[in-house]
Structures are given as structure tokens and as C-alpha cells.
Design a protein. Sequence first.
Length: 286
Amino acid sequence: MRALVVLALIANACGPCVEVITVPEATAPVLGPKFAAPCVPTDGHPCSFNLPGAPDAQPATLHRIVRFMAAGDTNTVGVIYPGTLGSYRTALWSTATANGMLMDFIGDQANGPGYSTTGGGTITLDGGLLDHGHEGFNYYAIEDWSSYYTRHQLARELRPDIVALNLGSYNVNQGGFNATTEATAYAALVDQILSDCTGLSSLFGDCKIIIVNVPPQSTGSYTTNAIAFNAQLATIAASRPRTVVVDLYTAVAPWGATNFYDAVNLNATGMAAWAPLMWSAMLRLF
């Protein structure tokens, strides 16, 4: 059944438009030849995730690995509820691997099921999430993450195929919030990423972006801010190439104990509702 909503940018006779697509998909997708025959590891680990002790069994298959940069705020980290949850990344990993898509979650941050810093930062390969990398930070607003991105030149350093941006929750809940001002900063970030990663993606040539809109907030005025800001995000996506918008707001609305851990952040149920949207968005980009 098709149940949740994703907004995806398409180009057709009317020019840039926003198409409403429901997810999850009714059947497993038929992936292209890039993912038709995943490599067979010799050491019991999936191939090519840049992990110690997990060498590539078949280097010729590297082109089938999706380098995915999960970027954003506390909801991307997924550590508030609880520290081992791993946000949407855990379920997205499981769905992708079940459908023959190998993913490399890239980034200098790490957490999620099976992650351990014992033994000098080694990674425990269990708990349902093999690759724990991301670029999410607790409580980051758009400006915070943009500044971090600029300092570290992340797209050029990490060479992502797909960048997932989850930002704005810690903007809409601030006094003096202005949707147009924040959208201008967000658009500048998107443009910078698109420019920086031109020609660097091993899958697409140029990387692609998933914009995740802002979920409802506990305070009515903040939710009003989120709605106004989300409308701006749809406009940003509609005027840029290689960009889709995931409608997280609709998937987890209304705010409440069912999907939220606190005033801003999702709980396990909310993250479970989020993950299928990310998978469908990824499929729209191929």
C-alpha cells in the first residue's frame, strides 16, 4: 500500500514542478544494473564500507556503492531517544541492503546500533547498522551547519553521491524567526553543495540532494513557522536540479507523544515513519 507522502522534483512540459508521490512502495523496486549483483565478501562483511577489517572482496563492484551523507541536526543524529537508535539511518540501511543496494554512510560523526568507542574507537559490527558515519549535530540550526560545512569543505572532502539535509527545526522554534530570511540561508547552502560536488559523484557525476522538511513543533506558533518554512523549501527544490523534498511534516503530524520524544525530536516511532520516505526519495534520484 502507498501510505506516506514524499514531494519529488520532476521536469516535464510545465517546467520545474513538484510531484506528490506516496510511499512506501507496494513492491520491492527493480534496481538498475548498478545494483543487480552485489559483490560477495570473503570475510563475512558487506563489501566496501571503509571499515577496518572489512576489505573489498571485489573492487570492480565499487561503482554500485551509494555514498550517502546524512547531514543535519539532532534528528539526524538520533541520539536523544535513545543513544543507540541511529535515526532513520538504521531502517534505511536495512531497506537498501535488502534490495541489493550497498550504502556507504559517510561523515566524521558516528553513532547508532552496534557502535562502540571501546578499544580506541573501534566499531562493533552488530545491532542492525553496519556503517555509523554521518554529519549530524545536536541542536544545530541552519547557520551552524552551514558554517561547519564551509570550514570543512565536506562535499569536496567526502565526495557524496547523495546529500540528505535535515535542518530548520532549531530555527523555526526561535523568537524572531523569519521564513524568508532562513530560506535564503538554506538556498545558499543547497547551491553551495550542488556547486562543490559537481563532477565528484562516482554514480551520478554530480551529487544529488534530499531536502527533509521540518516536522511539527510542540508550540502552535512554532508549527506555524514550520509550515511557512516548508513552503519555502518546496520552492527551493522546484528551482534547483537534482533535488527532491521529503515531506517529514506530514508523515509525523500532529506533534505528540506518538511520534515525538520531546518538543522537537522524534522518537523511535517517528523515525520509523521517516525512513521509508528517505528510501523512496533515493529511488526517485536514480
